[in-house]
Design a protein around this ligand. Sequence first.
Ligand code: NAP
Ligand code: ZN
Ligand code: ZN
Length: 393
Amino acid sequence: MTIQTKKQNEPEQGERFKVLQKESAHSEGSLRASARLGHTTGEQHRPVGARAYAAQSATAPLGPFTIPRREVGDRDVRIDILYCGVCHSDLHQVRNEWHNTLYPCVPGHEIVGRVVKVGRAVTKFKEGELAAVGCMVDSCRTCSSCRAGYEQYCEPGPVLTYNSPDTHLEGVTYGGYSEAIVVDEAFVLRVAEKLDPAAVAPLLCAGITTYSPLRRWNVGEGQKVGIVGLGGLGHMAVKFARSFGAHVVLFTTSPEKGADAIRLGAHEVVVSKNIGEMNKHLNSFEFILDAVSAEHDINAYLNLLKVDGTLTLVGLPEKPLDIAAFNLIGRRRRFAGSMIGGIAETQEMLDYCAAHGIISDVELISIDQVDEAYERMLKGRVKYRFVIDMESL
Ligand code: NAP
Ligand code: ZN
Ligand code: ZN
């Protein structure tokens, strides 16, 4: 798959959105109106306007915006979005903390909704079914990672749900803070009707990002496993690690979260600022998963690993972490990273959650509360994932 580049004399994507917004505004107030945005990759991919919420810069609050969604192609599924989780990555991206944000930015990669239209060649979905989209909407599908089912490590790079070059329309992809999304069925997940769809949404990122490394490092019975940070990812990690049979220790900077951690499945809670408590666990863990969003002392956790123990990072702090070599070599410890999970593994995780009744603990918000939600997330005041009720858009 090739990423399209801008053709000469074509208006910039931002300019074309202005045209779209103007056309939409003139259609008796309806922002759902279709609009032609000039050249596309083919007739079937003519975009249709969809209401969304976007950040126009790293410092502006999010606000209403109209985005193009392509027409449903042969293998596409159009989903009316019911719920979208608020990941800390949305905040990092919106505020340009990773220095690669393209504005306007419509975040959101924890998407659950109803299928409203399917293309002629679609076999996995029917209109009316629940469906989900996570952090990726496509990949090259031919590289060794894609062939192995690790689309998240696609060599040319996966097409992320937002802030990636859009391979159908020009410009960038737009995420789930929007009324609808059109995705190739290969990147759409099935969702069991029996679970609360609002509480399923966070599984699409927080769920798979913690499930995948816990499975990869064979976390299970007879192992002592640490989870660092009780946020969106951390609370799912505690649930999965407990469900897989491990002895689970939750590390937190927030002593008031202790009772919740136990309720969520932790056997023990350690307040990481308390050196005495930390020292009791030196050299004792097989595996630690670090889901912290900000700068912190990683060496304090490396020191808790046994010989051959592994510390896997899923958190993505803005600044690099300092690692003391002696903390690794002394006990042949391993320091690893992990990013979301492949499509097949994401489906496996969703099916596991349906079979075991695992969902996220969520607080439902309306779209106009999203900036406030970011501020609360920064202060660790979320139990344990905000989810946007997209009806409020
Ligand atoms: P979150 O809900 O905000 O949780 C982060 C938690 O980290 C907080 O609840 C807090 O837990 C802890 N924390 C925050 N600041 C800290 C500090 N200065 N020192 C120590 N601990 C601190 O965020 P999230 O959505 O779970 O995401 C966590 C990180 O994972 C983010 O950086 C996000 O971008 C990244 N992420 C990575 C992937 C991937 O594929 N690898 C996928 C999704 C997200 P306590 O209050 O318990 O200390
Ligand atoms: Zn995420
Ligand atoms: Zn690939």
